[in-house]
Design a protein around this ligand. Structure first.
Ligand SMILES: [Zn+2]
Length: 351
């Protein structure tokens, strides 16, 4: 989900430098209580009128009609946690991860749903080239062509070329111009089990959460509750939309909240709401830090160089791009609401 973070940099350099993925600084503030983990999930579908297919997944999590296909390192980028939802008539795979792609096709699915179109949410689709795929209409452009996907990131050309190749090679990107689309509040009946779409834009324009009422579960995609905070730095991202989507997530009625990366499964609504508040607070803390920094006039370039997103120790090509995007986004917003003023043609200061 982070633009310009080709795997070779992320996995080798970053972890070498910082000991962790820069995108996901786990805070360890939260103690999670996990539901039942099946050491070897053998979901027998005979009882659900399906074919005799069973899934064989090393650490699946059973939430009744929803099964979390836990990704390598609990979905640490470039991996992720996918979800399989099984009804009496149909079975849907949500966000087929790189782990799904690597472990191979051990189960059948009737449809694929995507929370949004980003490189790490689609690699497992390569195992199901003829299975119908659906995403929100605002993200469909990312599936119609690699150019469409690249337009969603909006990377500078010096980064884009290498990243485009990684998306093709490492994430098995293949265009699916046959993608069908859904909109907010769409509901799909899989037979005694349903999936409800909740449009939660911000990370991308078409980002959606999925609620599976019969499992008391919600899949949150990249509203991933990590200490890094919301990621809203792509060309098709929106900070304001992300903030509204966080509020919408706070109203979801479920007991289990599944994130694609890292946090994996949060059980208990109170804990989830606390983590959601912490996640949102990253934005307000970023703006407070910028305001302190801007007690003297500062340019966008100075804000980007100071870094309000990544730690100073992170030395990667895309950091400058993301920091500049972030500085621009927050300066625009704080200028508009009067928290900062234009000091000179190219600098700003706290009001
Ligand atoms: Zn993403």
């Amino acid at each position: 989900m982070i633009p310009g973070r080709p795997l070779r940099w992320m996995v080798t350099h970053v972890i070498d430098i910082t000991g962790q993925n820069p995108a996901y600084r786990l805070t360890h503030r939260h103690h999670l209580e996990f539901p039942r983990v099946l050491p070897q999930c053998q979901l027998n579908l005979d009882s659900m009128n399906q074919t005799s297919a069973t899934i064989d997944w090393h650490d699946a999590l059973d939430l009744g009609p929803a099964t979390v296909l836990t990704g390598i390192e609990r979905g640490k980028y470039p991996h992720g946690n996918s979800v399989l939802v099984t009804g009496t008539n149909e079975r849907v795979l949500i966000d087929p991860s790189l782990t799904v792609a690597e472990l191979g096709r051990s189960f059948e699915v009737d449809r694929i749903f995507l929370s949004h179109v980003h490189e790490d949410h689609i690699p497992g689709m390569s195992l199901f080239p003829t299975v119908p795929v659906s995403c929100h209409e605002a993200d469909a452009v990312g599936l119609t062509s690699i150019d469409g996907l690249m337009s969603m990131y909006g990377l500078p050309s010096e980064i884009e070329e290498e990243f485009r190749q990684e998306v093709l090679d490492d994430f098995s990107y293949a265009p699916r111009p046959d993608v069908s689309t859904f909109t907010d509040r769409a509901s799909f009946d899989l037979g005694k089990v349903s999936i409800e779409v909740v449009h939660t834009p911000g990370h991308t324009r078409g980002h959606c959460a999925f609620v599976i009422p019969e499992a008391r579960a919600a899949f949150l995609g990249d509203i991933e509750l990590s200490g890094f905070g919301p990621y809203y730095f792509d060309a098709c991202s929106s900070l304001e939309s992300f903030e509204r989507s966080i509020e919408i997530c706070g109203q979801i009625d479920a007991d289990h909240f599944v994130t694609f990366h890292h946090k994996w499964v949060i059980s208990g609504r109170e804990l989830f709401l606390e983590m959601l508040r912490d996640f949102a607070r990253v934005i307000t803390e970023r703006e407070s830090a910028m305001l302190r920094f801007m007690s003297e006039p500062k340019s966008i370039e100075e804000c980007a160089a100071h870094r309000f997103v990544y730690r100073p120790s992170v030395d990667l090509k895309f950091v400058r791009h993301v920091e500049t995007r972030s500085a621009q986004i927050h300066i625009d917003r704080m200028l508009k609401d009067g928290r900062i003023l234009k000091a000179t043609e190219s600098s700003y200061r706290a009001a």
